[in-house]
Design a protein around this ligand. Structure first.
Ligand code: BES
Ligand code: MN
Ligand code: MN
Length: 463
């Protein structure tokens, strides 16, 4: 596979233009206003897989957005890679904070991406990273089309809303999806000069809470002082969820948390991390997480509780004196091995009801959840990924644990009984889920260069 770089150089403009085309489709799964676009995006992805000449390319309907599924010709003498990715994206708002429109991709240089980065919603999460796998197959075609591994593509359109329908699909298609390894590019690496492979992801419990005070909005002068204010109450309740060490106060919350040994902690700390740079990038004076843990640990091996949004009362122009009837918040808890999302959601629900003062009523509605996941570093898949990255980056990748969640990974392990390799090429600073999301041109091509080598080494090491 000596000439991958040459092939890539010749196709650079084509590969970039194709990704920009994909990024122009606003496939926002969370907002029904984009329904047609999400469906069009699935059709577009199907078309790109068909262009590779694969014998099986299908749109599989679900109760929600469809799954795009494809297969190479499956040969009994080769191991099988299941490539997972998602074609849906997060909502782009707040729109006014984008320096260019989210669905009109442009390439601009940044400090960390001097060769240019593609600015668009979904560029890094996950269209850019998912599409690397499609283009890697084109490279393998150009190299003669004798694929070292059988490949199955499973590209869903509901990752950003919890993958509920994919879960059903996986359970119903266990045989069809059988594989020797699952390969996903939907995570970050440490830096362009410091490759890494993700070996752990956090899980998630997500709830929405509603606090109701009086049966209607009231004049805050006439009733204020006597009648309890649900926004004040909600703020108090949320504040009480953490102690002065920023440990979560919900009884039983930490019971199942897998504590790492000093040795394991030292190993995870053995990676480049510039705390000053981290704060500077975010314009904060310092971080403020759970006492006794480093920022890297706080964002990977420790669970969290965060308010994602909070509203109620009057938020329009000017001032309106009102004592509101209701207050709301959306709260996420990131979970670590061996916490269970169902159990944590239940603990939250019980605790939140228990701490509500008698002056208000509280309702907790669970949203999607997902289990944490770990992948072994002594597996054939990890070794193949390591070898491939070492060849293209000139450095051995460092195993890292990350704070984000890909709920389907734990389900793959349970149902398909296969390991997952999390070979992501994004950077934490690529602003996924934020305004001005971008993906390095370097990263995009590095991925397309590395993936065919993964196929090669996975086949070799599986023998
Ligand atoms: N690709 C991310 C997850 C991710 C990002 C993992 C960075 C590691 C590093 C994924 O698209 C995502 O955003 N997942 C959601 C899951 C949720 C909707 C259940 C998340 O983490 O918030
Ligand atoms: Mn993603
Ligand atoms: Mn995401």
């Amino acid at each position: 596979m000596e000439n991958i770089q040459e092939l890539l150089a010749a196709k650079k403009d084509q590969f970039l233009e194709e990704l920009l085309e994909l990024l122009r489709i606003p496939s926002v799964s969370a907002d029904p206003a984009f329904k047609e676009d999400v469906l069009n995006c699935a059709t577009h992805v199907k078309g790109r897989l068909e262009a590779l000449g694969l014998p099986v390319v299908e749109i599989c309907p679900t109760a929600g957005y469809p799954i795009v599924y494809a297969e190479t010709k499956q040969r009994a003498d080769r191991p099988t890679i299941l490539v997972y990715g998602h074609y849906d994206v997060q909502p782009p708002d707040p729109l006014d904070l984008w320096t260019s429109p989210p669905f009109e991709p442009v390439i601009k240089a940044t400090e960390l991406h001097p060769e240019g980065a593609i600015f668009a919603r979904g560029s890094c999460d996950d269209k850019g990273q998912m599409y690397m796998h499609v283009k890697a197959m084109e490279i393998l075609n150009d190299l003669g089309g004798d694929y070292p591994c059988n490949v199955k593509f499973l590209i869903e359109g509901e990752e950003e809303i919890g993958s509920d329908n994919l879960e059903i699909f996986v359970r119903e298609n266990e045989e069809r999806l059988s594989c020797d390894i699952i390969l996903i590019s939907d995570t970050s690496m440490i830096a362009n000069e410091t490759p890494s492979l993700t070996v752990g992801l956090r899980g998630m419990s997500y709830v929405e809470v509603e606090v109701t005070g009086p049966n209607r909005d009231l004049h805050s002068g006439v009733y204020g002082g006597a009648v309890d204010n649900p926004i004040n109450v909600l703020a108090e309740m949320i504040t009480s969820l953490k102690d002065e060490d920023r440990r979560i106060n919900i009884p039983g919350f930490y019971d199942d948390v897998l504590e790492l040994s000093d040795e394991e902690r030292a190993k995870l700390a053995d990676r480049p991390f510039d705390y000053e740079e981290y704060c500077k990038d975010l314009d904060i004076a310092q971080t403020r997480g759970e006492a006794g843990y480093s920022a890297t640990e706080q964002t990977s091996i420790r669970p969290t509780l965060d308010v994602n949004g909070m509203w109620g009362g009057y938020i329009g122009e000017g001032a309106k004196t009102v004592l509101p009837s209701k207050a709301y918040a959306k709260i996420s808890m990131r979970l670590v091995p061996n916490q269970s999302s169902e159990k944590i959601t239940e603990l939250f629900q019980n605790h939140f009801n228990a701490i509500a003062p008698p002056s208000v009523k509280v309702k907790v509605t669970p949203h999607h959840g997902g289990e944490p996941a770990m992948t072994p570093i002594d597996s054939v898949g990890f070794r193949a990924a390591s070898k491939a990255m070492k060849e293209t980056f000139g450095k051995e990748p460092i195993p890292t644990r990350e704070g984000g969640s890909i709920p389907i990974v734990a389900l793959f392990a349970e149902v398909l009984k296969a390991n997952t390799v999390l070979m992501g090429f994004g950077l934490d600073s690529d602003a996924i889920h934020s305004p001005n999301e971008h993906y390095g041109v370097f990263n995009y091509f590095k991925g397309i260069e590395t993936i065919p080598l993964f196929h090669k080494y996975f086949a070799e090491l599986s023998k």
